[in-house]
Design a protein around this ligand. Structure first.
Ligand SMILES: NC(=O)C1=CN([C@@H]2O[C@H](COP(=O)(O)OP(=O)(O)OC[C@H]3O[C@@H](n4cnc5c(N)ncnc54)[C@H](O)[C@@H]3O)[C@@H](O)[C@H]2O)[C@H](O)CC1
Ligand SMILES: [K+]
Length: 523
């Protein structure tokens, strides 16, 4: 007995509409008939739909059909549901269809199922299948069509969208005119960019990838060895964890990190960054803080070397102590809780030749210093971790397009020659060749302090890879994934309200996902 192949590797590809069309064309050129592929895909969508509706009592299913092949998929699904005994109501508010879609119309009509033009025909159905537009949507939905979509949304029924909620732009995730509010969306073949854009989140509902066996060779032929966009998965995130450790390792081989953080006003930020770094397993941790808060840090992080620094009148770090050198560190993480009074210090750090993570006030200070020029002139790698507000201050010329997170992250990384981590529901990581996007997270992390934790965690992991001369890009996505997974687990245990930043640091250590890492441990 054969079971369907579990192709986890396809989970990490992300495509634009144009790339999907190009991949699809290769399949057709190789001899796969279009109708056969539609039949196969729709069969798998039907399985997906049945698994979602089996627990509710459904007698009548409404199917919204568009003019293209998204509509064709919907008609095949409708036909199969009809044969399974469901009462199917079809609505197609278009007078012209593509040839294959037209052919399915003819057949389904011959089975005695009538086709309605008016969207009100769907109002008594318990469930609606949305096959109006997929990746072929090319202009806004307007007029009567828009009214119909809004009416369907207002009906508060379960809506299952095929490929994309109709009205959502495949690449930007933006709403073109209006869009279906799906309960579930079945993305066909490969993840489309819209599934990883914050702007589409409210419309997608629960999402699932329907694999239909696109050969990897066709994907790679179009996307290349280094795809432009990549989705972070447990597999690719864990592959870059510094585990298992070599048996004969010692502390100087596991990274030496300097955190520069905190002020008299914001002591907690330094502690949280320190606790994030602690969880990373970094070999040596030093934390530079204003002299006056050194005792507090020493109590909270007994394993770290706390460096008390001269401070400004308002309690920010003024400078490093005399004879202090940044050269000894593998990496520096700078910014949480510094306040904007630490400008001279941040300038000094930007000039040093150590790999650097800049966050929070570090970014606000950078924003005053011609960011693109400053970053591109740095002699070592820089990772910046802005939220959208900080991003706007750093890259004002990209502000207008900020709703397209993936695009602006890519542009900012290219312009600044840095790694740009744009925070949001779906964190985007722009590197020289690829934008990594984290699909799984939790709103529980939208809370003061969780960014400080990420900075520390990232710093610790970065210090270790710099020392071992492994690529930096890869570890950034691992840190973002680890941080989100800790948040998800904490939210499961304590609700989304119970994940304060300190609790989050505890889940970095205790996260059950870590037991999976043990598989990679020594025999
Ligand atoms: N992924 C695959 O390899 C497969 C995908 N399939 C399905 O096909 C659609 C894409 O089909 P396509 O015909 O290219 O596009 P659409 O169905 O999304 O619609 C295009 C159709 O609609 C017209 N149109 C576009 N915007 C508007 C508008 N605002 N108002 C009115 N009309 C509009 C446009 O002119 C076209 O006529 C994909 O999503 C999958 O569902 C295959 O079935 C299997 C392989
Ligand atoms: K759709």
């Amino acid at each position: 007995m054969f079971t369907r192949q579990n192709r986890t590797e396809i989970q990490h590809f992300v495509v634009t509409a144009k790339q999907m069309q190009a991949i699809e064309s290769r399949i057709f050129d190789a001899g796969m008939p279009v109708a056969a592929l539609m039949e196969k895909v729709a069969g798998r969508i039907t399985e997906g739909i049945l698994s979602k509706i089996k627990s509710i009592s459904v007698t009548s299913i409404g199917v919204l059909v568009g003019p293209g092949h998204n509509g064709g998929d919907a008609l095949v699904v409708a036909r199969e549901l009809h044969f399974l005994g469901y009462s199917v109501v079809i609505c197609c508010p278009f007078s012209k269809q593509k040839e294959l879609t037209q052919s399915h119309f003819k057949y389904i009509t011959s089975l005695g199922i009538s086709i309605n033009k008016n969207m009100e025909s769907l109002q008594h159905c318990e469930v609606i299948i949305d096959g109006m537009f997929g990746f072929g949507l090319e202009r806004p939905i307007t007029d009567e069509l828009a009214e119909g979509v809004n009416q369907i949304n207002a009906g508060n029924k379960q809506i299952l969208s095929i490929d994309l909620p109709s009205g959502i732009h495949t690449d930007t995730g933006e709403v073109l005119g209006t869009a279906i509010h799906a309960t579930y969306t079945f993305c066909l073949g490969l993840w489309k960019l819209a599934f990883l854009q914050d702007s589409a989140l409210d419309y997608l509902g629960e999402v699932e990838l329907i694999d239909f066996d696109i050969p990897l060779a066709d994907i790679e032929a179009i996307l290349g060895q280094t795809p432009e966009f990549r989705r972070i998965t447990p597999e690719n995130a864990m592959a870059d964890l510094p585990l298992p450790r070599p048996l004969a390792t010692h502390k100087y081989k596991n990274g030496n990190l300097l955190i520069v953080a905190g002020s008299h006003r914001y002591t907690g930020a330094a502690i949280l960054a320190g606790l994030g770094a602690r969880a990373s397993g970094v070999g040596m941790l030093s934390i530079a803080v204003p002299n006056s808060i050194k005792p507090l840090l020493s109590t909270q992080l007994p394993e770290a070397l706390i460096i008390g620094c001269p401070e400004t009148e308002d309690g920010a770090i003024l400078d490093f102590p005399s004879n202090f050198s940044l050269d000894q560190f593998d990496a520096i993480a700078c910014g949480p809780g510094l306040t904007q009074s630490a400008t001279t210090l941040v300038q000094l750090i930007l000039e040093c030749n150590r790999p650097l993570i800049l966050d929070a006030d570090g970014l606000n200070i950078l924003a005053q210093l011609n960011p693109i020029l400053t970053l591109s002139q740095r002699q070592a790698a820089t990772i910046i971790t802005p939220h959208p507000g900080e991003f706007k201050r750093l890259f004002p010329e990209l502000a207008e397009e900020l709703s397209n997170h993936v695009f602006v992250t890519q542009k900012a990384a290219q312009q600044s020659q840095s790694i740009v981590v744009l925070k949001g529901a779906k964190v985007c990581i722009g590197t020289a060749n690829t934008v990594w996007i984290n699909p799984e997270s939790t709103p529980a992390l939208a809370r003061g302090g969780s960014g400080d934790v990420l900075t520390g965690l990232l710093g610790g992991l970065l210090a270790a890879v710099v020392l071992n001369q492994t690529p930096i890009d890869a570890i950034v996505k691992t840190a973002v994934w680890w941080h989100a997974q800790a948040g998800i687990q904490a939210a499961k245990d304590k609700t989304e309200l119970g994940v304060d930043a300190l609790t989050l640091t505890q889940y970095l250590n205790l996260n059950p996902i870590q037991s999976r890492f043990l598989n990679k441990s020594h025999p």
